[in-house]
Ligand binder design. Structure first.
Ligand code: GLC
Length: 431
């Protein structure tokens, strides 16, 4: 077994190759599905409401996802323009959605008597989506799940259980692309979890796998939750669809809290500009259907991405920092020498629009369909002329302006006082 420094060095060395597809994919769909969907009060219902295990267990009898539900999820994800999907194979409630030997509390022994993980994997493959397995470390059902914190024998049993579960997941379903751990409680260090040994072993089973940062080892990528905060390393923002719950909650009541397609595009743009991915969640209904407040926005986002996807997929440049190219209602994503300006609001004023911060003259400026736009570099801004009065994006009214340069464009640093700085020799020489 490698020591921690050796292990970290080894995974660093293979990361670029392993994560190439992920870095270009940008958009994934998270699916939180479990017994809790039946109650509809968030996937933490068991602990938040102090429901005893013996009572909670009954939900396994009535859990009845319909045949083909995983296909519906995968078709939805594909239609939305997502490139990968991550399923909660077992959430904190401890119910495994697969034919597990290590955990008899599972969907083959109870409820539907089906291997949902297998169906999920097949559905992803049919739709050409990369496959992610969410795997909780915390377990509220296993008798050692809490006791392991202070009882050495319980710890030994529990860490073996966790290892066995993940071994099953990574040996029974062919190639799996992402292992997405969650909530490493009660242990505060990788040692408690035996994460170093387990992750090394799991990587030996799936050498191309990408692992997130929630097993108390930083591994491959960070996971900001419910916010889009960038970091130096690879990161993926995971977002609920409504700010209330990852698991299903009543559709009618969730709808007003749920994201519109424009909000989803806004998040995607922010992630792309800041060098991250977006993992957008939905919680299927108790019968496994995709909730209706999710279908329409995701469908629209997919339609938009079909036309505008070049601003999202592929090798983008992280530009977020002290430059401020664009304006307060238009933000960029950048690929090579091309900048795509996402116009959340279309703002012609007397036939012109203006984008601040640029110091390089473009080679060409067009709409996404190739319609040319007249332009001029004036000072540190691009003036666009004769722009159409009508918002040119019929799908979501978020049109892109494509700005091509001959070289990597130069930017002016953002400044609160543009007039004061005009005569200054260099943007960096501020006393
Ligand atoms: C959490 C929660 C959880 C959810 C997850 C997604 O930490 O415990 O219910 O699955 O984050 O990121």
């Amino acid at each position: 077994m490698l020591s921690m420094p050796e292990y970290l060095e080894q995974i660093d060395a293979t990361r670029d190759e392993r994560m190439k597809w992920w870095r270009e994919a940008r958009f994934g769909i998270f699916v939180h599905f479990g017994l809790y969907a039946q109650i509809g009060r968030n996937e933490w219902v068991q602990t938040c409401e102090n429901i005893p295990v013996s009572e909670y267990e009954h939900l396994a009898q009535t859990f009845s996802p319909k045949e083909g539900c995983c296909r519906e999820w995968a078709a939805m994800a594909k239609k939305a323009g997502a490139k990968y999907m991550v399923l909660t194979t077992r959430h904190h409630e401890g119910f495994s959605l697969w034919d597990s030997k290590a955990n008899p509390f599972n969907s083959v022994n109870y409820g539907p008597h089906r291997d949902i993980v297998k169906e999920f994997v097949e559905a992803c493959r049919e739709n050409d989506l990369k496959i992610g397995f969410y795997s909780s470390l915390m377990d509220w059902h296993h008798p050692d799940g809490g006791k392991c914190a202070y009882d050495a024998e319980a710890r030994a049993r529990f860490t073996k259980y966790i290892r066995d579960l993940n071994e099953e997941l990574l040996t029974q379903y062919g190639k799996i692309d992402i292992l997405w751990y969650d909530v490493p409680e009660p242990f505060q260090h990788a040692e408690g979890w035996d994460s170093l040994a387990r992750n090394q072993y799991l990587r030996s089973l799936q050498p191309h796998i990408i692992i997130n940062d929630r097993s108390r080892i930083p591994e491959d990528f960070g996971t900001p939750e419910e916010h889009l905060t960038p970091s130096e390393r690879d990161w993926e923002a995971c977002m609920t669809f409504n700010g209330i719950s990852w698991g299903y909650i009543d559709s009618e009541q969730a709808a007003p809290y749920s994201y519109t397609p424009q909000r989803i595009l806004g998040m995607l743009q922010t992630c792309c500009e800041r060098g991250g991915n977006l993992l957008l969640n939905f919680g299927p209904m108790p019968d496994g259907s995709v909730p209706k407040e999710v279908i329409e926005p995701l469908t629209k986002v997919g339609e938009w991405l079909k036309v505008n996807g070049e601003a999202v997929y592929g090798k983008l440049t992280k530009t977020y920092g002290n430059t401020n190219q664009g304006n307060a209602v238009s933000r960029p994503t950048t690929k090579g020498n091309t900048v795509y300006m996402w116009n959340k609001i279309w703002t012609p004023y007397k036939g012109t629009m203006s984008l601040g911060g640029f110091q390089t003259c473009p080679k060409a400026v067009t709409l996404i369909d190739g319609t040319p736009i007249d332009f001029e570099l004036r000072g540190s801004r691009i003036i666009l002329k004769n722009v159409p009065e009508e918002n040119p994006d019929p799908i979501l009214h978020v049109p892109l302006i494509k700005i091509e340069f001959d070289e990597t464009p130069k930017y002016r640093f953002a400044s609160y006082f543009p007039q004061l700085h005009q005569g200054r020799p260099s943007d960096t020489e501020i006393l």
